[in-house]
Design a protein around this ligand. Sequence first.
Ligand SMILES: *Cc1c(COP(=O)(O)O)cnc(C)c1O
Length: 363
Amino acid sequence: MPRSTVVRIDLDALRRNYQTALNRAGGAQVMAVVKADGYGHGIGPVASALDSLAPKFAVACIEEAAAIREAGLAQPVALLQGVHAEADIDECARNRFEPVFHSFQQLSWLERLEARPAFWLKVNSGMNRLGFHPDELAGVMNRLQAMSAEKGLLGFVTHFACADDPDSAMTAQQTSVFEKATSAFPGLMKSVANSAAHFHPDQPMFDWSRPGIMLYGGSPMVGKTGPELGLEPVMSLEAPLISTRMVPAGESVGYGAGWVADRDTRMGMVAIGYGDGYPRHAGTNTPAAINGQRIRLIGRVSMDMLAVDLGEVPEAAVGDAVELWGEHIPVDEVAACAGTISYELLTGVTRRVPRVEDGASTT
Ligand SMILES: *Cc1c(COP(=O)(O)O)cnc(C)c1O
């Protein structure tokens, strides 16, 4: 028998979250961002579950786009980092992958090829990671015309740096830089919105939005959990209680002996640790749940196990399932306890943990 440490994926919740994104997209079409193995949920099952809803997918790189085709899906797939080699452009053309070109090197690869994919241009509106500066756009467009590639151009993309913070002025600033930069080229599509932008009441959404984390029920907004934003958790991480004991007052638990019982405490060991992707930085008081009741971690997370305080749940017994995050414990809350964001926890569950999908059949 394998240990019962498991990730459960609720594909119906995923579909409802997609619908929430669509409702909040202000008439824009919604491409489902499924990079990083569907944010750790499994790109094949996730993309398949969205087949009847999503007219387009978005991923970071061409290997991820290929995984969508291997799952048997035919939608166009946007490659948010463009391509990393000239030969990949051919593959894009053959497979309806839509690279987002962000550099002059990528344009020079395009110049040398006959078969050209549909593509996007990335505009750097202020995040300063990737993209053409607004002043460079006219030159880029001339170059596309010179190589007769402008017909493949779908439109313009930009990405927000601070949309997780509704009080930041930067999102509106980036939107205005982007609108101004692209206004000289009418008739082309625009795409700006990550998940967070779906929660800004006045944000223009243009033609395509690009939600990622919200599809999986994680919160894109600082200080809010997914459920507080009307999103449903898609991933539940569960592990069994494998031992319980009384720790006498004054004794410690685990490595470093950092947590010391201030009274006789019934504690339990749970078969999951940082070797499974549970964050080692989640300290004492990080929440978990057993039989739907909240409990807390005590002491340090080890590679294969962690300790919980069972003082509030005397009926808890060896073999019971402990939820580390999911229905009762928002992943955002665990992430905050570990000094990180839900994105990192969801993408970080390791291959040691088997994934089980519910609701896989699509309509
Ligand atoms: C990852 C990514 C997204 C999705 O971001 P979320 O915050 O997960 O919604 C959108 N656009 C680009 C360019 C991305 O890289």
